[in-house]
Structure formats: structure tokens, C-alpha cells
Ligand binder design. Sequence first.
Ligand SMILES: NC(=O)c1ccc[n+]([C@@H]2O[C@H](COP(=O)([O-])OP(=O)(O)OC[C@H]3O[C@@H](n4cnc5c(N)ncnc54)[C@H](OP(=O)(O)O)[C@@H]3O)[C@@H](O)[C@H]2O)c1
Length: 237
Amino acid sequence: MNPDIKKNALVTGGSEGLGLELVRLLVGSGWQVVTDARTPERLAGNLADLLRERVVALPGDVADAGHRAELVGAVDRLGGLDLLVLNASTLGPLPMRPLRDLTAEQLGETIRGTAGANAALMIELADQLLRRDGAVVGISSDAAVEHYETWGAYGAAKAALDHLVQTFGAETGLAAYAVDPGDMRTRMHQDAFPGQDISDRPLPATVAPRVLALVEQRPATGRYRAADLHASAGVPA
Ligand SMILES: NC(=O)c1ccc[n+]([C@@H]2O[C@H](COP(=O)([O-])OP(=O)(O)OC[C@H]3O[C@@H](n4cnc5c(N)ncnc54)[C@H](OP(=O)(O)O)[C@@H]3O)[C@@H](O)[C@H]2O)c1
């Protein structure tokens, strides 16, 4: 292990949006980061300036067991994991639609892609997290606790992820957080509101420091809203 490196993190979905900002911030703070995304060109392109530094970027789908094994192997080679951020997620079929217009397969795919896949990775990394007394952050949404038309499958997936992450915390004693980042100006948000002007939404770069402040402060396992956290203090207001 490189003695200059303080800590190790894995951030799923690090090629853009909140995941990319978290990777940038962690690397800037001296962390070694493993990350992934399904689209290799976007992953390599958007992380190009960081790849010479402390980032291992592995293209793949977190729902794919073989890809998850690659991620676990990369973390193993680093000697363990101080932070796992389960950020990769999709909205499901676009445009978003009422439950009656989703097939059973689409419903299952949406929940499996966000909750099942990320939780499987968390479980597969249990030993590496326990080795370093690591923390887990599951990126949630207000849709996990509120019920909006057309957001049913995505909201159910986020509610399931919240539950799985916090149960993992209760079972292992590790710090485990479900964090609602709030609205952010990203591709996912534009996909949810096609054709709408989303320029008033905060950039993910304003949210990432709040998420990492929470990790640094390490309060009790639970559900937190980024809007209630302070980047400097990291404790809920
Ligand atoms: N933006 C918002 O307003 C908002 C609000 C509440 C919660 N959130 C949550 O915040 C998190 C980040 O959202 P964002 O807006 O930054 O999203 P985004 O801009 O769409 O970025 C999502 C990232 O995840 C990757 N990804 C998606 N599915 C993946 C998979 N199965 N395996 C590996 N990588 C995958 C994407 O790359 P590829 O597509 O190439 O795989 C991309 O790097 C998500 O969990 C989202 O649900 C967002």
C-alpha cells in the first residue's frame, strides 16, 4: 500500500453527476478511489484528469455479478474499504410513467438495478468494510418517503436501498447512512423533467461536500437529508 494514501473509497456511478463530484472531492482529499459506470467512454473521458492520480475506474454494470467481483478484487488489492457510496441508479423506463404502464419486468429491473445490485455489492464488500471499520452511504431520494405520480418504481427502489443499508449497519455495527441529496442539476434530473428548464437546481458539486462531512462526523446510522447537513460541520442542523 502507498503510505501517502490515507483512505480508500468505492463510489458506484462515478462518471458524472453526484458520483463524479464525490470522486473528485475524495481524490482531492488524498483518498484512493475505485469507481465504475456502464458507459466506458464517459467514464474514461470525464475522469481523464484524475486517472493519473488515485482513481481506479472500471467500466461495468453494478447489476452484473462478474463486474461486482472485479470491484471487490480492486478493493481487496487496496487493503480494505473505509467508505462505500452506493450512488449508481436509474429512473427506470423513460419517459417516467404510471405503475399501470410498467411491465412486471420493468418494475423488477428498476428495483433490482438500484436496490438489489448496490446492496449485493455492499454485502460482497462486508469483509473489506469491517477490516477498516468503514462507512456505507446509500444515496437515496425524497421519492423513497414521498409518493409522486410516475415515481413509484424508482421510489420503491430507493426505499428498499434505504432499508437494506440501515439494516446492514444494524447487523454489522458499521456506520450506514441513507442520504437524500435533494434535487441536483444532472442528466438524471433532466431525464425526469424532459424539456424543462432545470437551471435553478443546485449543482452536485454543492451536495458532495455535505455527504462527505457526514462521513467524517460519523453520527449514528440513519437517514439524513443533505439539506440538513453543513459541509463544514457535517452534523444535522
Ligand atoms: N439528480 C437529482 O435531482 C437526484 C435527486 C435525488 C436523488 N438522486 C440520486 O443521486 C444519485 C446520483 O444521481 P445523478 O443525478 O448524479 O445521476 P446521473 O447524473 O444520471 O449519474 C448516474 C451515474 O451512475 C452511473 N450508473 C447508472 N446506473 C449504473 C449501473 N447499473 N452500474 C454502474 N453505474 C451506473 C451512470 O453512468 P452510466 O449511465 O454510464 O452507467 C452515472 O455515472 C442517484 O442515486 C440518484 O438516484 C438524484
